[in-house]
Every structure is written in C-alpha cells, then in structure tokens.
Design a protein around this ligand. Structure first.
Ligand SMILES: NC(=O)c1ccc[n+]([C@@H]2O[C@H](COP(=O)([O-])OP(=O)(O)OC[C@H]3O[C@@H](n4cnc5c(N)ncnc54)[C@H](OP(=O)(O)O)[C@@H]3O)[C@@H](O)[C@H]2O)c1
Ligand SMILES: [Zn+2]
Length: 340
C-alpha cells in the first residue's frame, strides 16, 4: 500500500466527527508498521485528544511505535491549546517517519509543527492528497485565511422560480431532499435566516430528521420584530440575533447590535469574533440576494422541483454560475455550485 491509501484512511476517520469538532478542524491519523495498520484515531470533539494521540493510544504493542510511520491528514499542532502539542508527542514517541496530508495555515501552527519534528531528526513528508485534505477542512481553512466563515447558500425553488406560494410557506422539496437538508445542517456550524423567513415560516432550524448536533441559529432582525415565543428562540440550540437595539445574553440567546451600513462586512467580522466557522444561508430571497450580489459565498445548493408551478409568491434569488454538478433526488434536482 502507498502513502495515499493511508492518508485516504485518515480522511475517512476524520469525517466520523463531521460537525462535532468546531472550532477545531477534522483530523484523522493512522499508524503503520511494516505495511500493517497497528493504530487509528481521529479528533472527536474540541477539548478532547487530538487524532495523533488517539492513534498512539490505540496501539497495543507500544514497542513497535519507534519502527512505525504515523500518517496524519493535517500538520501536527505545535502550540499548547487545551491539550499539549502533538508535534512534541510524536518526537517523544520517536516515530521513524511522519506523513502529513496538508500543512495547517492556522497562524499558531503554519509549518511550525513540521519544522519541530524535522529538527528533532525525524523524516517528514507533506502534501500527500493535499487537495483532498484541504477540502476536508474547507471551513477551518476559509475561517483562518479569510477571517470569515465558509458560506453556503441554500434554497428550494419551483419550476417557475418561486420560493413560496402567494408569499406563504409551501412544500417545495420532497422527503428525500428534506433528509438531505437536515444532514447538511448537522455538518455546518451555523444557519442564518432573514426576518421575513422567521416570521412567515416560524422555523426551528434544527436537525430533527437525523441524529446530529444542532447548528447555531442566526437571525437578522434589526427591529426585533420576531416574537420571543417563536421557534427560533426555543432552547433546542443557541441563537444569535443581529439587531439594532441591544447587546445582551439571555440564556441560549445572544443579541448582537449591528449597523445596517456595510452590513455584510460587519456581519462577517462579528461571526469571526464569535468563532463561527461555517454558515448555511437559508433565505429568504432578500437575504440570499445580498450575499449573491456581494459575491460573498463559497458554495450554493439549489433544490429544484421542475414539475411544481407556484405562479405567484417570493421570487427565487437571481443567480448565475456555470460551475456546478447536479444530483437527482427522485422528482427533485439538486444543483451544487462552487464559487471558484
Ligand atoms: N424555498 C425556500 O428555500 C425558502 C427559504 C427561505 C425562505 N423562503 C420564503 O421566503 C419568504 C421570505 O423571503 P424574503 O425575501 O421576503 O425575506 P427574508 O430574506 O427572510 O427577510 C428579509 C428581511 O430581513 C431583514 N434583513 C435582512 N438582511 C438585511 C439587511 N442587510 N439590511 C436590512 N434588512 C435586512 C429585512 O427586514 P426589515 O425590513 O424588518 O428590516 C428584510 O426585509 C418567506 O415566505 C419564506 O417562506 C423560502
Ligand atoms: Zn494536536
């Protein structure tokens, strides 16, 4: 087996914790001795062991470690966070070789982890399946490099281009796409809606359909028009309300005051401050259009029900992008767009 096979396994392991590691990255690690995997681990949750440590702990015969190679999808950390640096642990253990998927652009690591290990005389190879390892942590990398969350726009539209019927909520997707949406919500850090959507749909924005963590809910409501007994305020998850009235924390709800001028820029800065690594913007049309017009998005997911005609209602956002793939979910088509 070659290096790529083992890094692929690291990615597979890392994905087991998808949605659960914020604000930390997804990381998997594999320990190989004489062509045989003798240990595996992944980072499960912020504050708990990093992947490398879990992999080391999983090895029964520790004497083999000095003759082994450790594979890790992301550069081992070199700073004291909630746990001591993995680079030090790797040196102490005395591995023969270290193979890294991608370096860590986080300013506290950024090549330092690799350097420390090399300086200790251990052979290090990096950049194996680099693109795949960066894709695995696209949220984490975007957050640290662009100082804003990874942004996914998402909506469902009818064949004739409407988001609702007569400006009242209506079912556009099918049960299969609904399941898909709940899965998506459990993987992203937060989910954002505008005032009208919260008022007309009264969504709870949770992941009821599947087992998974609930995203942080973000509401834009300048004049605090959405009543406190609406679902978005319930205790099923945290909620952040951007408004022009107050800065305050009340149980699971954080009110953050924000200006209307340069709104998106301010919003990105506040979300960065609050360590929100990814956001699904779920609508409505007005809110989505602002992100589209500012070209402030990384991916867009559009659910289309071609056979459904709604004739009148809120028009779908105006959106054009050539770079996308489609998947068929029974009578719905989902377009997956990337902003390159
Ligand atoms: N099919 C779907 O996927 C889907 C998804 C979501 C929603 N919907 C439907 O879409 C409809 C609502 O869409 P919508 O376009 O009317 O409304 P919306 O985007 O939910 O909310 C728009 C309102 O949010 C506030 N807002 C948001 N960003 C702002 C900004 N930067 N500056 C100022 N105000 C801002 C404003 O409220 P104020 O005027 O109070 O300041 C604005 O009128 C609902 O009927 C819902 O059912 C469909
Ligand atoms: Zn670490």
């Amino acid at each position: 087996m070659n290096h790529e096979t083992y890094i692929k396994r690291c990615i597979e392991l890392a994905l087991k914790a998808q949605g659960n590691t914020y604000p930390n990255p997804l990381v998997g690690s594999v320990i190989v001795h004489n062509g045989e995997i003798i240990g595996e681990g992944f980072h499960e949750k912020s504050g708990e062991n990093h992947a490398e440590i879990n992999a080391i702990n999983s090895v029964t015969n520790k004497e083999l470690l000095q003759e082994s190679t450790i594979y890790v999808s992301l550069e081992p950390c070199s700073h004291f966070g909630k746990t001591p640096p993995c680079a030090n642990k790797i040196i102490e253990t005395g591995f023969k070789k270290v193979v890294i998927g991608t370096l860590d652009s986080h300013e506290k690591v950024n090549g330092k982890g690799k350097q420390i290990i090399e300086d200790a005389g251990i052979e290090v190879m990096s950049g194996v399946l680099e693109k795949e390892c960066q894709e695995l942590n696209k949220r984490f990398f975007t957050f640290h490099q662009k100082k804003r969350p990874f942004i996914i726009l998402k909506w469902a539209e009818s064949g004739d281009g409407f988001l609702d019927k007569d400006f009242k909520p209506t079912q556009i997707g099918n049960p299969l796409t609904k399941l898909f949406v709940h899965q998506l919500r459990s993987e992203e850090h937060a989910i954002l809606v505008g005032t009208n959507t919260a008022l007309t749909d009264n969504p709870s924005l949770t992941t009821r359909e599947i087992a998974g963590r609930n995203p942080v809910r973000i509401l834009i409501d300048f004049d605090l028009r959405v009543p406190g007994n609406f679902n978005i305020y319930n205790e099923e998850s945290e909620t952040i309300v951007f408004n022009s009235v107050k800065d305050m924390v009340e149980k699971n709800v954080k009110f953050i005051r924000i200006k209307k001028e340069n709104f998106l820029e301010n919003l990105m800065a506040k979300l960065y401050e609050n360590q929100i690594q990814s956001v699904i913007v779920e609508g409505g049309s007005f809110t989505l259009q602002q992100f589209i017009d500012a070209e402030l998005w990384d991916e867009a997911i559009i659910i289309k029900n071609e056979n459904l005609k709604l004739s009148k209602g809120t028009s779908a956002p105006k959106f054009q992008n050539g770079n996308f793939e489609t998947k068929i979910f029974r009578d719905n088509i989902i377009e997956f767009h990337k902003n390159l």
